[in-house]
Design a protein. Structure first.
Length: 288
């Protein structure tokens, strides 16, 4: 399948939004950081021994406590952990001993969530029936990763203010516009989803039908051609840094689903949920 729309439309939006470097991101104040929240997560120590907490800004090691399944507190260390110990890295990741692989634990810690805004999606086809699935999935998956999505009303008000300031209803989605939106909303990131789809029909063969004659003494057989219907969807997501207006993530992914009885609507919504979750996982891994 060809998805020329996503290959052309998304890059056009990025002309004025080059990527931001890690060095640049580290020397500017942050937008959209909210008050610390307490998290409690039941985990199973992965094979690697490294567990990454929910996305957000990790507060400090002093806010971390780890308990075993009986409620007994596990001792933290500042060196390589041995069995029954853990070490908190500066980025908030917890390092366990390989001997603790598969151990079930409870992790408590504080993090500062970040506000994000989801911009109106780019649609390459008549896709209004899939928009609720897109927004529901984005909001749920962002919250699961420790983000706080800006409300639709707040976004609409911010867009109106930016348009009023620019004196145009067709302000380009360049770095200056993105910075203005992020500042007005106090968000760390702006997410731009994109969707395109095609419906296809493929000849699958012949299906035989046999029924008795009127007299019941013989049978009649006919062969009817039948086709299989498929829904092909391409989804894209671009993430802009709120402070610089530059691109920090851009990715597309595709999926296909067989459609029965021409039920394209449900198939389209299922694929949108699946692909949106996949894109967010490529940007930010969910908590394990």
């Amino acid at each position: 399948m060809r998805y020329g729309f996503l290959q052309v439309a998304v890059p056009l939006l990025l002309i004025a939004s080059p990527s931001v470097s890690a060095q640049e991101a580290s020397v500017v104040p942050a937008l959209g950081i909210l008050a610390p929240k307490q998290a409690e997560v039941k985990i199973e120590v992965p094979k690697s021994g490294l567990w990454r907490p929910v996305q957000g800004d990790f507060v400090c090691a002093d806010t971390v406590s780890v308990l075993d399944d009986s409620g007994r507190r596990i001792d933290p260390v500042t060196t390589d952990p041995k069995k029954g110990q853990y070490r908190v890295r500066l980025d908030g990741c917890l390092r366990f001993s390989a001997e603790n692989k598969g151990t079930r634990l409870i992790v408590r810690y504080q993090y500062r969530p970040r506000r994000v805004a989801v911009l109106p999606p780019i649609l390459g086809t008549d896709y209004e029936d899939a928009l609720p699935a897109l927004h529901e999935t984005l909001n749920a998956e962002l919250e699961r990763r420790g983000f706080v999505p800006a409300s639709g009303d707040d976004l609409a008000d911010a867009i109106a203010r930016v348009r009023q300031a620019s004196g145009s209803n067709d302000a380009e989605l360049g770095a200056e516009t993105l910075r203005a939106l992020a500042s007005s909303l106090n968000v760390a990131y702006l997410l731009l989803p994109a969707l395109a789809a095609t419906d296809s029909e493929v000849f699958a063969g012949y299906q035989s039908h046999t029924w008795p004659s009127t007299s019941g003494r013989s049978t009649h057989t006919t062969a009817t051609a039948y086709n299989r219907h498929y829904m092909d969807v391409a989804a894209g997501m671009t993430c802009y840094d709120g402070l610089t207006g530059r691109t920090v993530f851009q990715q597309t992914t595709t999926g296909s689903k067989r459609v029965r009885f021409r039920q394209f609507g449900p198939a389209r919504r299922d694929l949108v949920r699946e692909l949106t979750t996949r894109l967010l996982s490529q940007w930010r891994e969910p908590p394990t």
